[in-house]
Design a binder for this molecule. Structure first.
Ligand SMILES: CCCCC/C=C\C/C=C\C/C=C/C(=O)SCCNC(=O)CCNC(=O)[C@H](O)C(C)(C)COP(=O)(O)OP(=O)(O)OC[C@H]1O[C@@H](n2cnc3c(N)ncnc32)[C@H](O)[C@@H]1OP(=O)(O)O
Length: 302
C-alpha cells in the first residue's frame, strides 16, 4: 500500500522528460552523459532513460552514486521507469546499465536494512520483491550491460534480465555474496540463480558467497558474454538485434513459460516472505552482522 502511494507520488513528481543543463525545456532534445544529443530522454533523479523508439528500445542508466545501492527511492524510480516503457508500444526492449563508474550496483541498500523499524523493513522488502517480479517477468527484452561490480542484489538484477554482457575487468565481480555478510539469500534469489547456472554451481556459489570475476562468470554461465570494457554498450546493442528479430508474441509467451513457475512461488507466498524477512533482519545477531559489515566498508577507506 505504502509502495503504491509512494509510486503514485513519485510518478507525478519525478517522471518528467529529462533534459540536462540549466534552463533546458522539458521534452526537448538535450545533451546526455558521455556527449551527444538525446531525443526525449526522461527519467528521475536516480534513473536516466535514453529512449530510441525508432529502434524499439531504451537504455536505462542507474545513477544512484556512489554505488547504485538499491534504496527504497531508487527501487521506486526504477519501477516507474520500467512501467512507463512497458506501457508504451514503441518499446520492445531495454538495456540496463550503470552511470556510476566501476559499479553496476552494490546490491540492496544496507542502510535500509539496518537500524530501522519493522514497518520500514516490510515496505522495503515489498519494493525489492516488486522490482524482481517486474524485471523477471517483463514482456520487454531486458539486456544487462554490466559495466561494474555487481554483488548480491546487483547480481539479482542482472540475473533477472534475458541476457548479460559483462565488461572484462577483473574488478567487476558478480555473484550472490550474502553469506559473507552473515545473511541468507532468499529462496527467490536462489531460484533465479539456479535457473541461470544450475543447481550444483548455485549451491556452491551461494554457500561460499562467491563473487565471480568475468572469465569465471562466463564459464559457469552467470553471464552470457564478456567483452572489452569499451564495447559493453555496443555489444548489448548488437545482441539486442537478434532478440528483436524473433516474433514478439512467441518470445514473450516462451519467457513466461520459462519464468512464471519461479515467480509464482513468490507470488503465492509474498506476505509470508515479507514477514520472514522482517523477522530475520530484525534479529539482534543479524543487525550486528550488518553494522559490522558497514563498518568494514568504511574502514577499508582509511
Ligand atoms: C532464512 C530467511 C531468509 C530471509 C531473507 C533475509 C535476509 C536476506 C536479505 C537480503 C539479501 C541481501 C542482498 C544484498 O544485496 S545485501 C548488499 C550486498 N552488497 C555488498 O556486499 C556490497 C558492499 N559494497 C562493496 O563491496 C563496495 O562498496 C563496492 C560495491 C565494491 C564499491 O567499492 P568502493 O571502494 O568503490 O566504494 P566504498 O566501499 O568506499 O563504498 C562507498 C560508500 O557506499 C557505501 N555502500 C557500499 N555498498 C553499500 C550498500 N550495499 N548499501 C549501502 N551503502 C553501501 C559504503 O559504505 C560507502 O559509504 P561511506 O558513507 O563510507 O562513503
Amino acid at each position: 500500500m505504502a509502495l503504491a502511494v509512494g509510486m503514485r507520488v513519485l510518478t507525478r513528481s519525478l517522471l518528467r522528460p529529462w533534459v540536462r543543463g540549466p534552463g533546458a525545456t522539458p521534452g526537448r532534445t538535450g545533451p546526455v552523459a558521455g556527449g551527444g544529443d538525446c531525443v526525449r530522454c526522461f527519467g528521475s533523479p536516480r534513473v536516466l532513460v535514453e529512449p530510441d523508439p525508432a529502434a524499439g528500445f531504451a537504455v536505462m542508466k542507474m545513477r544512484n552514486p556512489p554505488v547504485n545501492s538499491l534504496s527504497l527511492e531508487f527501487l521506486t524510480e526504477m519501477l516507474i521507469s520500467l512501467e512507463k516503457l512497458e506501457s508504451d508500444k514503441a518499446f520492445h526492449a531495454i538495456i540496463i546499465t550503470s552511470d556510476c563508474p566501476g559499479i553496476f550496483s552494490a546490491g540492496l541498500d544496507l542502510k535500509e536494512m539496518c537500524g530501522r523499524d519493522p514497518t520500514h523493513y516490510a515496505e522495503y522488502w515489498k519494493a525489492v520483491q516488486e522490482l524482481w517480479l517486474r524485471f523477471y517477468l517483463s514482456h520487454l527484452v531486458v539486456i544487462s550491460a554490466i559495466n561494474g561490480v555487481s554483488p548480491a542484489g546487483g547480481c539479482l538484477l542482472a540475473l533477472s534480465s534475458d541476457y548479460r554482457v559483462l565488461a572484462d575487468n577483473p574488478k567487476y565481480a558478480i555473484g550472490l555474496n550474502e553469506t559473507l555478510l552473515g545473511i541468507v539469500a532468499p529462496f527467490w534469489f536462489k531460484d533465479t540463480l539456479v535457473n541461470t547456472v544450475g543447481h550444483r554451481v548455485a549451491e556452491r556459489a551461494l554457500q561460499l558467497g562467491l563473487l565471480f570475476p568475468p572469465a569465471e562468470a562466463l564459464r559457469v554461465g552467470m553471464v552470457d558474454q564478456v567483452v572489452p570494457e569499451d564495447q559493453v554498450q555496443s555489444a548489448a546493442r548488437s545482441v539486442l538485434a537478434q532478440w528483436l528479430a524473433i516474433p514478439g508474441h512467441a518470445r514473450q509467451l516462451t519467457k513466461t513459460l520459462m519464468r512464471k513457475p519461479t515467480a509464482d512461488r513468490l507470488l503465492k507466498e509474498r506476505d509470508a516472505d515479507i514477514q520472514n524477512f522482517v523477522r530475520f533482519i530484525s534479529r539482534d545477531a543479524i543487525q550486528k552482522a550488518l553494522r559490522t559489515y558497514l563498518e568494514k566498508l568504511k574502514q577499508k577507506k582509511s
